[in-house]
Design a protein around this ligand. Structure first.
Ligand code: COA
Ligand code: ZN
Length: 308
């Protein structure tokens, strides 16, 4: 029988905010996180612990994480880190899960975190060795394609890359389509190959909606057996170190589609939509969501049909 549960992982407080020039005060970030939790979100990347020179917007990572953790110790909350220093800061703030980002494309890895693959894997090794109680996951940026090196058409380089992390003890791989180059067939193939090669690994996907394929690729991922799918409120997002990066797959669009299809996301569509609309109105940015631009939900249309 079809598995009707889908785990949606909200990453807007990191991927959505990191690209915004104008600083959003920590209190406002926390308010949006609370609204997401109020709508039913249970899995969330709440910030990153990176160099404030690289991402000034998230310089308040400690403050935001500490406040949210204190109020919601029972939720699955985590942060992105680029190196050991970030993992240590996250651990000291009370987080027990991080995702270490390394790009499959060496050119993007250099642009994003200024490290070679060997240097990045050495950092990951340091994290798993020094912080054994920390759940260190891997974000595989540019898993499907890279703005510098083009589309990733072969799956073998991904599997070899995953093997390096697997051998360090990492058991969660998040395949990220950093600039939106994936297609549904490729998503299916990459997830299936990862599953066959590493049967005990948790697989997530993270798709940007640059060419309108965010929801299609994410659905392909779910149907291919991904354990979790990432998205952002409003589809706000983009990597500042990837030319052409645009918004993410939007959480409310995903919730809408999946609930209509009979899946259980645990997220209330009306509540998440109103949170997205509020953010769209108040914070200037790159939003890829569709429902935020529609005046009524389908239910509201049925309640008050507009007859011409
Ligand atoms: N948190 C906070 N500060 C950090 C840090 C971290 N995780 N890692 C390094 N720093 C600080 C260093 O202490 C140093 O500070 P100083 O100049 O005051 O001495 C400065 O950042 C530079 O350190 P260095 O190790 O030389 O880093 P770098 O300049 O080579 O930059 C990264 C490497 C990884 C720290 C930086 O590129 C980065 O944070 N990138 C994140 C990119 C990102 O978030 N992209 C989007 C998400 S995919
Ligand atoms: Zn992203």
């Amino acid at each position: 029988m079809m598995n009707r549960q889908v785990e949606i992982i909200e990453v807007g407080p990191r991927d959505g905010f990191q690209n915004l020039k104008e600083y959003i005060p920590a209190a406002e970030k926390i308010r949006i996180i609370e609204e997401l939790i109020g709508a039913g979100v249970r899995h969330m990347q709440i910030t990153s612990f990176v160099s404030p020179a690289a991402i000034p917007q998230l310089r308040d990572g400690r403050e935001v994480a500490a406040a949210v953790l204190e109020k919601h110790p029972d939720l699955d909350l985590f942060a992105l880190v680029p190196n050991f220093r970030g993992a240590q800061n996250a651990w000291e703030t009370g987080l027990r899960k991080v995702t270490n980002v390394i790009s499959l494309s060496s050119a993007h890895n250099m642009a994003n975190i200024r490290r070679t693959h060997d240097q990045s894997f050495a950092e990951l090794e340091k994290i798993t060795a020094a912080l054994p109680e920390l759940n260190a996951c891997l974000d595989i940026a540019t898993a499907f394609g890279c703005p510098f090196q083009g589309k990733q058409r072969e799956v073998e380089p991904l599997l070899a890359f995953e093997r390096r992390a697997y051998d360090l003890g990492v058991r969660t791989f998040n395949l990220c389509d950093t600039v939106g180059m994936a297609d549904p067939r490729q998503v299916r193939e990459f997830i299936t190959a990862t599953r066959e090669t590493f049967p005990d690994v948790r697989i997530e996907i993270h798709i940007h909606d640059t060419r309108g394929l965010g929801v299609a690729c994410t659905l392909a991922g779910i149907e291919a057996g991904a354990d979790g799918v990432q998205s952002t409120l409003g589809g706000l997002g983009g990597c500042p170190f990837a030319p052409g990066a645009s918004g993410n797959t939007s959480t409310e669009d995903l919730v809408f589609m999946l609930e209509e299809m009979g899946y259980d996301t645990g997220i209330d569509f009306r509540k998440i939509l109103s949170a997205a609309k509020r953010e769209f109105k108040c914070i200037d940015g790159n939003y890829s969501g569709a429902n935020i631009r529609v005046a009524n939900t389908i239910d509201e249309l049925a309640e008050a049909p507009c007859i011409h």
